[in-house]
Design a protein around this ligand. Structure first.
Ligand code: F0G
Length: 456
């Protein structure tokens, strides 16, 4: 195969900090061994998240100047609305400051105490909003998604039998909607097949249940369909995306990922009544229905980003850059979630550090060790992120105990991926020296953001 390179050239550069080992040790201690609490000035390669960390294009930067900062009726909003309608295909759109703003509106409108919200694995903020409104999240993803080593093309799929069983058990009227994430972040960025989307939608329609997508990384999902699902090899990503959304009633969107911007989001839907209610609620939490917490310039950049995100060359390199890192790690025998997903490499901390118990926060310890080794910042996605059961107060114990190396879009080159691979590999060679952690401070909700740790 011929080698390929980044489908962009660099016009502006941002120098990176390179601390020595002692400085990194000091920074890590100050941060309570929590990579969320590091100063970004102390980070060399920042793989904490792909959220809001995208590089904008020259066209997006110039679009900023076109921002209409009118409080009401901003023309930048109408541009964004048009982009969402054209590319996603929904009738009605409301802007929000980011994805969780849309999740808040949706959960408040649709989730009532005693309801069940099925989803293909949870996401932290999504589930938090469902629970705050009295709902119970039910995981209906296929079993294989919880096994880091099973190689499947569409490991984010819903298990239709699980969904049917839930409908039989609790009744369709207790299920306000199915939340379908495309792709599934916590499973490793795994995609959902077009067939599965179609089947879920059909089943839900039979029972009068809405299907709401978490569209956060939908373009990445569309690329996997093009790559893997029969009949789509020659279909442009843009067209695949449109078909995906035709099997849903609406979506929440964190624009900070696949819309190629640093802030923003939206709630979209086809139902007019829901839209009317959303317009009433959005003014309480986000702002006017023509800005929703975004500046006019943010909306301009997002509209442009939405069009750029469906460029086949862009999305191909995006997915392949993540895979380029993953393949190096697989080659070196490092345990990672297979197959490599859309936005990140997930190190399997249970396999990486078999000498640590789940309660010794293996993933957190591994993320800390990686920072210490090279200044690469990653994120815990294991028992700390999973929080506690709200009834029993016990830790939720996710089967997957992981460290996420999340690749920002259009930010790093493949050379940076080489540096990351070297660091992970050298850490693996001395893995028996990595100690567990204890939690010294635990916030009551979404504890992973602010928790503090120290070595055992
Ligand atoms: N849904 C998914 C699948 C996400 O990954 C995120 C954010 C959200 C919703 C919430 O969107 O941050 O704009 O409010 N994920 C980030 C991450 C934080 O690092 O995975 P938001």
């Amino acid at each position: 195969e011929r080698r390929t390179a980044e489908p962009y050239k660099i016009k502006t550069v941002e120098p990176l900090a390179m601390l020595d080992e002692n400085e990194r040790k000091e920074a890590l201690e100050k941060a309570g061994y929590n990579t969320f609490l590091l100063n970004s000035q102390d980070v060399y390669i920042d793989l904490l998240t792909d959220s809001g960390t995208n590089a904008m294009s020259d066209k997006q930067w110039s679009a900023l100047m076109m921002g209409d900062e009118a409080y009401a009726g901003s023309k930048s909003w109408y541009k964004l609305e048009e982009a969402v309608r054209e590319i996603y295909g929904y009738k009605y759109v409301l802007p929000t400051h980011q994805g969780r703003g849309a999740e808040n509106l949706l959960s408040q409108m649709k989730v009532n105490p005693g309801d069940y919200v099925p989803g293909n694995m949870y996401f932290t903020t999504t589930r938090a909003h469902q629970e705050m409104n009295g709902g119970t999240f039910v995981d209906v993803i296929i079993d294989e998604a919880h096994d880091s080593q099973v190689e499947l093309d569409f490991k984010g799929n819903v298990d239709l039998d699980k969904l049917k069983r839930l409908i039989d058990e609790v009744g369709a009227d207790k299920i306000p909607y199915v939340c379908l994430a495309v792709t599934v972040n916590m499973a490793g960025g795994q995609p959902v097949s077009m067939k599965n989307m179609r089947d879920v939608y059909e089943l839900c329609q039979q029972h009068g249940i809405d299907v709401m997508y978490d569209a956060t990384r939908c373009v990445e999902n569309a690329y996997f369909i093009q790559e893997r699902e029969a009949g789509y090899a020659d279909v442009p990503v843009k067209k695949i995306l449109k078909e995906m959304f035709s099997y849903s009633d609406g979506c929440t969107m964190s624009g900070k990922k696949d819309c190629l911007v640093n802030i923003g989001g939206f709630l979209a839907m086809n139902d007019e009544d829901l839209y009317t209610r959303s317009r009433e609620l959005v003014v309480v939490y986000e702002g006017m229905p023509t800005y929703g917490g975004m500046a006019g310039r943010d909306m301009e950049a997002m509209a442009q980003g939405i069009y750029e995100s469906v460029d086949d060359n862009y999305i191909k390199h995006r997915i392949h850059q993540v895979r380029y890192l993953g393949d190096q790690l697989i080659e070196a025998g490092i345990p990672i979630v297979r197959p490599v997903g859309g936005h990140a490499i997930f190190l399997d901390a249970r396999e990486f550090l078999p000498h640590l118990e789940q309660e010794q926060f293996a993933s957190q310890a591994l993320a800390a060790a990686l920072y210490l080794d090279s200044g690469v910042r990653s994120m815990e996605r294991g028992i700390v992120s999973a929080g506690r059961n709200k009834e029993t107060g016990e830790h939720n114990r996710p089967k997957l105990e992981m460290v996420r190396l999340t690749i920002p879009r259009r930010v790093y080159t493949d050379n940076h991926m080489d540096v990351v691979a070297d660091s992970v590999i050298s850490l693996y060679e001395k893995r028996d020296q990595i100690q567990g952690l204890k939690m010294d401070y635990e916030p009551p909700t979404l504890r992973f953001f602010n928790a503090r740790f120290s070595p055992l």
